[in-house]
Write a protein that binds this ligand. Structure first.
Ligand SMILES: *[C@@H]1O[C@H](CO)[C@@H](O)[C@H](O)[C@H]1NC(C)=O
Ligand SMILES: *[C@@H]1O[C@H](CO)[C@@H](O)[C@H](O)[C@H]1NC(C)=O
Length: 402
């Protein structure tokens, strides 16, 4: 079934809209509204991309942890950027490779996504855009950006987990900061500059068919039903309750981010008036309906519900059994967190897992009597999992789970 595959389908369908008419052998609109997973022996879905895979010589994927496929499995040791085997860029690559013309080389694939990435970070002299290799072909790009600029982690920390206990700040303040940021001209400008810089970097004048698929985010919660009103996912005893009002506000932040991303894409395309659109906004939120946290009839936290498409702390993915993170070797220097020195590097990286584990270590140091909330400790994690950052880095990210 679809999860991250759902996002992959939405991107493919959006890009298919740009394909020349004779390449499009299915109705992209239908693909977008009702993506379905491919099954062995079933004819692959046709889009402008995979109808003519030989036409795709390569692509690049940039952005934050949502495009890194965080938590979806690694082959060996996890890299610092937390690229996961089932991130949607990897799924797109696998699809293109599978459908490549006989004897053709696999498409070039530059996966620069990294957990913690911000729009500013993309633009650094040593950032993701500057790191692209111009000797490799790129027919399109995918980009997931904005959530870290808006402080999604701060909101999730202050309103849901409260890793830093009382010192996390109030949920209202975090939500207000994010709402101010999403409405700020500065945020809009940074996104625009990042998109234009990417187009410049790939020399769009010489590649008239090049386009960037900009993915949004999905609302985290079913907000209509009372199921979670008395539930807390706080990591320490006495954490905040996930009331309908709170869930609605967090959902609104996601919608505001999506709406801003969509308008930035439109602004950028206006600058290339007359030409094909250079950027496409891929809105996959609706497809997550019924697959969020706190859906009607679901008793959260429900680690066994395969129909929830977001990770809880340490939640399972892709056929892993209950000891979820046991096959992920965290770099050993991350296993123990020094509350005196962890914060600056964690902030620098923007990695949610480093931030969460650092805040927990700092909270415990400031207040040794703090007790972990019962819902947070699952038996298999009691000894080893507490300081495995991936367990925390992947919270509220889409699962891969095939
Ligand atoms: C860029 O890609 C080419 C072709 O694969 C490769 O030979 C070259 O080493 C790459 N350059 C860098 C800086 O990685
Ligand atoms: C979720 O999927 C796994 C793997 O397919 C399966 O073993 C498990 O029973 C499923 N859980 C539920 C609640 O259906």
């Amino acid at each position: 079934m679809a999860r991250l595959a759902h996002i992959q389908r939405a991107i493919t369908a959006a890009l298919a809209l740009l394909a020349p008419a004779h390449h499009v052998s299915a109705k992209p609109a239908r693909l977008m509204s009702a993506p379905s997973a491919e099954r062995p022996g079933q004819k692959p879905l046709r889009s402008g991309l995979d109808a003519d895979p030989a036409g795709i010589a390569g692509f690049v994927s940039l952005g934050d942890s949502y495009s890194a496929g965080i938590g979806t499995g690694v082959d060996g040791v996890e890299v610092n950027c937390r690229l996961g085997l089932h991130g949607y860029p990897a799924l797109i690559y696998a699809d293109l490779s599978r459908h490549a013309a006989p004897y053709a080389p696999p498409p070039a694939f530059q996966w620069r996504s990294c957990t913690g990435a911000t729009a500013n970070g993309l633009l650094h002299a040593e950032g993701q855009i500057a790191s692209l290799n111009h000797s490799l072909p790129a027919d399109f790009a995918t980009l997931s950006i904005g959530g870290n600029d808006l402080g999604f982690f701060d909101v999730i920390n202050a309103c849901v987990f409260r890793f830093y206990s009382y010192y996390s700040g109030t949920c209202d303040a975090a939500l207000r900061r994010a709402a101010d940021l999403v409405a700020s001209p500065d945020f809009e400008l940074r996104l625009q500059v990042a998109l234009l810089e990417l187009l410049d970097n790939v020399q769009w004048e010489r590649h008239p068919r090049f386009a960037v698929a900009v993915t949004g985010y999905a609302r985290f919660f079913g907000a209509a039903s009372p199921e979670c009103d008395d539930l807390s996912l706080g990591v320490w005893w006495g954490g905040p309750k996930l009331s309908r009002a709170l869930r609605t506000e967090m959902n609104s932040l996601v919608l505001a981010a999506n709406s801003k991303l969509r308008s930035v894409v439109e602004r950028v395309n206006e600058r290339f008036a007359g030409a094909r659109p250079k950027a496409l906004f891929v809105d996959y939120d609706a497809g997550f309906g019924g697959h969020r946290f706190c859906e009607p009839g679901v008793g959260e936290p429900d680690y066994s519900r395969n129909d929830t498409w977001f990770f809880l702390v340490g939640g399972p993915d892709n056929g892993e059994s209950s000891t979820v993170d046991s096959n992920v070797q965290a770099p050993s220097d991350l296993l123990l967190v020094d509350p005196h020195s962890c914060l600056e590097p964690a902030r620098e990286s923007g990695d949610w897992g480093l931030l969460a584990t650092c805040y927990m270590a700092m909270a415990k140091q400031r207040d040794p009597t703090l007790q972990p909330a019962g819902s947070m400790i699952r038996p298999q994690e009691e000894n080893s999992g507490w300081y495995v950052p991936t367990s925390y880095a992947k919270v509220f990210h889409p699962v891969g789970r095939l």
